[in-house]
Design a protein. Structure first.
Length: 487
């Protein structure tokens, strides 16, 4: 029986952290059927991929694409980078299960206005993803802040026992319906008042499922090490793997501390499963947080509800124009979004290089003037950091975007080029691949991405989406509880 497609003579970098090899890859029924020398074997369609790299489709481990996968299912910012799967529900904020009383609390507003939150149960969200059939696969975490907003009348306190029970129930049902795990965003005011014990009790629900705990730490500033210890403690308590989201040393006083953070991560990794994700930029982006307003580094405004015309401008210039202090100007702009140029490049590179780190974009698709990571994160690692700066070999870069991620999150039969696995694939030119999006023109597609297949279907080529969309909802597919040791 002929195959649907043979990609011939590619340099196959298979996601396993080993160097590439020349091979032909045959695809049929959405899956990788054969890998090797397929001379004399035929297919309905053949592609000559000589001089190109064939890798597993990239898995964007850290996204806020919860509602955009439904409302703009073409997913151009991601498919143009070679991303074939997004993990949503990070940083404590998820589109489901959510029942809002009014406007979404900060930072849930990063996912859209109140009208975007129409999934009271996780299974409603799952169904909506299946119906929208986005261009990329979608797997989802349940946000702690989302659960809090469902059951607490006041987010500025820790939850009471009855509220914790109600949140646990919602989390348990969501895990039964295929959610990957629990995420927190303890740095944000809407979750900061939650005591460690509240999170520990919720995390107990993860144990039976072998599901993951991901966390935007309680602090990325001076107390970052203490915040990491809190995350590890929660993971040990629930016997749950821990992923620290966008690990960084934030704030000028904190620069240069990445070796300490990575030491702490390695120490924990000796006795429990831990890892982190990171994005390849020295600037962060989120809602405009008054606690982060400073003159120590540049801050630009990306959106502002009361002052939409200020999007794209420096906070310093806005404040000067209004004759206000930075803090008063920030107050006047709220609710708003911002880019903070608050990291040191050496720290960013050290964390990205570490074997426990995965690549995630943390892109904000709702933002009218988004941080360029939304469109550029993956090609920037391949081009700028791996090829141009030589930070790590290409197969390591790809491992951080594919095999490592699929393993950490239990995404079964994804993340590797292996016989029988789903044919999520990206073909690219290693000599030319690069991010084009930057801080002044952030919505620009990468160069050098030649073809992207999702579940065996060509979905992007020649700079354009191709044919129908073929993404699926991916449910949690296995227990991750291994790697715990006495200690
Ligand atoms: Zn975050």
């Amino acid at each position: 029986m002929p195959y649907d497609l043979i990609i011939r003579d590619a340099l196959v970098i298979d996601g396993s952290d080993s160097p590439g090899y020349r091979a032909d890859v045959a695809i049929g029924n959405g899956r990788i059927q054969r890998i090797g020398n397929l001379h004399g074997v035929s297919a309905s369609e053949e592609i000559n991929a000589a001089g190109r790299v064939l890798a597993p489709g990239f898995i964007d481990v850290h996204t806020h694409d919860d509602t955009v996968v439904i409302r703009q299912p073409e997913m151009l910012p991601k498919i143009t980078q070679g991303v074939t799967t997004v993990i949503v529900g990070n940083c404590g904020i998820s589109a489901s299960p959510v029942t809002l009383a009014g406007d979404p609390p900060d930072p849930m507003n990063l996912l859209g206005p109140a009208s975007a939150f129409v999934y009271p149960r996780f299974r409603d969200y799952r169904q909506a993803v299946d119906q929208a059939r986005p261009a990329v696969n979608v797997a989802a975490l349940i946000g702690h802040t989302a659960l809090r907003s469902n059951h607490l009348d006041d987010l500025m306190r820790t939850a009471r026992p009855a509220e914790i029970s109600a949140m646990r129930e919602q989390l348990r049902v969501s895990l039964q319906d295929g959610a990957l795990g629990l995420s927190t965003g303890l740095a944000y005011a809407s979750a900061y008042s939650a005591e460690t014990d509240e999170v520990k009790q919720l995390a107990e629900e993860l144990t039976a499922f072998g599901a993951v705990y991901t966390t935007h730490l309680r602090s990325e500033f001076k107390p970052v090490l203490e915040a990491m210890q809190e995350a590890f403690e929660i993971g040990r308590h629930a016997r749950s793997p821990v992923v620290i989201s966008h690990l960084k040393c934030a704030g000028a006083g904190n620069w240069g501390r990445s070796p300490q953070l990575l030491d702490a991560l390695e120490t924990a990794a000796r006795t429990q499963p831990v890892g982190c994700d990171c994005y390849p930029y020295a600037a962060s982006s989120s809602t405009l947080d008054l606690k982060q307003v400073t003159d120590a580094f540049r801050i630009t405004i990306t959106w502002s509800t009361p002052c939409p015309d200020q999007g794209g401008r420096d906070l310093q210039d806005i404040a000067a124009g209004w004759n206000l202090s930075l803090l008063d100007a920030a107050r006047k702009l709220q609710p708003a979004g911002a880019v903070y140029y608050g990291m040191d490049e050496q720290d960013v590179q050290r964390i990205m290089q570490h074997p426990l780190s995965m690549i995630g974009s943390d892109g904000l698709p709702e933002d009218p003037f988004p941080h360029p990571r939304l469109w550029g994160a993956f090609p920037r690692v391949l081009g700028h950091f791996s090829r141009d700066l030589g930070l790590f070999p290409l197969h390591k870069a790809i491992h951080k975007m594919t095999g490592l991620t699929a393993t950490r999150f239990g995404l079964h039969e994804r993340g590797f080029i292996r016989q029988g696995y789903w044919a999520d694939l990206v073909l690219f030119n290693a000599a030319t691949v690069r991010d084009v999006a930057d801080f002044t023109a952030p919505k620009r597609a990468a160069e050098g991405i030649d073809g992207v297949w999702v579940n065996g279907h060509l979905s992007y080529a020649g700079g354009k989406p191709q044919g129908e969309r073929h993404g699926r909802f991916l449910q949690r597919s296995g227990s991750l509880v291994s790697g715990f040791k006495q200690g």
